[in-house]
Design a protein around this ligand. Structure first.
Ligand code: AMP
Length: 141
């Protein structure tokens, strides 16, 4: 996989790296929602959470927690959004997995909440869907 993030990991493209260990690098997003918005990126590339190694994904969350705690202190974040865009349909633009750690402030209105609906409006039976999901999960244990 050749991505801009590989070039950052290899120090071929400059970035403000704030943390690194054997599995991940974390650097400031070049177009932050707020200053301090950081990306946690696996050194061994995968596309997103559909194909990622679960241990590496879990490690990304651990690092994100430490970053969230640091951002509370350093940029006085009131809250943190933690998210991954997985797939183009979900807004992924760089196809090397990354977790966004985004500082938030009371009343900042930086994110639009997703449009939500009732199950009645969708015409989908929640009980049946839940059973289908449970069965799928049981099949992949
Ligand atoms: P996504 O939409 O989840 O794929 O997000 C990709 C993120 O990577 C965006 O928030 C970009 O601002 C960020 N990004 C792209 N290129 C760079 C770069 N060279 N340095 C830092 N952040 C970058």
């Amino acid at each position: 996989m050749d991505s801009i993030f590989i070039k950052i990991i290899n120090r071929e493209v400059p970035a403000t790296i704030v943390y690194e260990d054997e599995l991940v690098v974390a650097f400031l997003d070049a177009s932050p929602v707020h200053p301090g918005h950081t990306l946690v990126v696996p050194k061994e590339p995968f596309v997103n959470m559909f194909d990622g190694d679960p241990e590496t994904l879990a490690h990304m969350v651990k690092v994100a927690q430490r970053l969230a705690q640091a951002l509370q202190v350093v940029v006085k974040a009131d809250g943190i959004n933690l998210h991954m865009n997985n797939g183009a349909a979900a807004g992924q633009e760089v196809f090397h997995a990354h977790m966004h750690v985004v500082p938030r402030y009371e009343g900042d209105k930086s994110y639009q909440k997703p449009r939500k609906q009732s199950y009645d409006d969708t015409g989908v039976d929640a009980q049946a869907l839940g059973a289908q999901l449970s069965a799928q999960l049981a099949g992949t244990e």
